[in-house]
Write a protein that binds this ligand. Sequence first.
Ligand code: ZN
Length: 517
Amino acid sequence: MTPATLQSSTHSTSTREAYEQLLAHIREAGLIGGVGAVLSWDQETMMPDGGVDYRGKQFALLARIGHQMSTTPRIGEWLAQCESDKAFMNGGSAECAQVREIRRDYDRETKLPETLVSELAEISSKAQHEWAEARKANDFARFRPWLEKLVTLNRSKASCLGVPSGGEPWDALADTFEPGCTAASVTKVFTPLREQLRKLLCDLAAGSKKPSNLFNETALPVDAQMKFSRMVVQAIGFDFQRGRLDTSTHPFCGGSHCGDVRLTTRFTETCLNDALGSSMHEAGHGMYEQGLLAASIGTPLGTAVSLGIHESQSRLWENQVGRSRSFWSWCAPKLSSSFGTATDSFTLDALYGAANIVEPGFIRVDADEATYNMHVMVRFELERLLIDGSLEPKDLPAEWNRLYREYLNIIVPDDRRGCLQDVHWSMGAFGYFPTYTLGTLYAAQFFDAAKRAIPGLEAGFAHGEFKPLLEWLNREIHAHGRRYLPAELCERVTGSPLSSECYLKYLEGKLRPLYGA
Ligand code: ZN
């Protein structure tokens, strides 16, 4: 053995050790995040009102501990050692991706002072409770001081993170949820999309026919809806050995890791599609979490890549699968086992039509596929202005209502059905909303690629064959964690950069025939 190789092998052993220590530390910090995730699931589903104040303090403590663990200078030292070893960092290895992503997180976290992190955690936990009360009472004034605090804290956060050159404060916040996302890049996609959707909505409204909404107005017992939703969620591939499904006001997917995924859904007396849509949506998120590699728990490669990609998984199962004719042809004969004769009179055409009703409404989470993105665009416009200071929180309701009139041509009757409807801002999450539309576009593009890769994919749904799709998603998307950045992942999986082309083709191809437009 020559001295040179001896030296290099000694060096690479110690780099390996530094890397292993780095990962062990990151995994431990991940445990704190997991504890917080279970507590937030509890807050949304089980916690009595009396728990609010103390839970806020618990979150603040966890945020402080988590922040200390993810900003310790040891991380910087381990990272520097790995990065300086060219042989170790060579090529597109898993280790290289782990180091790159841990660096990204470390650089971001170390820019944020601990007091800001802990204050944001405590205020947003309390603000969520105040928001829920304000929404119940249709009382914006009650929520306003909390919104003001959260906007101020997020402006500070943006300035600590640093505004990218040529960008704006909103970009710094959005990048946390969707790496590389900027207001300018979102605007570039949203502006033409808004015009195309506006035209489609006009054409559908003037179409020669309209699907009947009767199925969505048929009273069905809530416990039977729960049973049916669980059956569907299990059939599409959500693993109940590693997850649960409960109810909450605002459906979400939480939990601490791929072995413990917590979904929630919600029920109304009259609309199975509401419960089914929410359940399949959250199951899509849940199956992404369950599809992350157990061996990489707590590290970037065992973590979802971005909220936009996360949302693509939920919307793909909710829409491309759950609103397809072949899905309903599988579903229809199963309805009677849960609902007896109540659904006997609905033909496959009627069920498929009812799943695809387009009707501008006030509530984002109730929106159909064609109007949904308009709701997202309103929120994007507003949060961008709130964060750069050109819109004051007190003026939010009026501006919200004005944009709803402009984008969806509807008059918002009250703040409960207006600017108080979403939980996000009360959680301190600004820069989050556009990921819903990005996810919608990714979903259509991924589904298009899946259809090319799996012959007879859609036809298989009619026979309950959902496994080929889930396995494809597991392999192409879930198993990579954060190995590729969202834009890179999209190109690898679909062969093209993200665009709204597949989405518009899919949407128009489905809705125009249903509406004779
Ligand atoms: Zn979602």
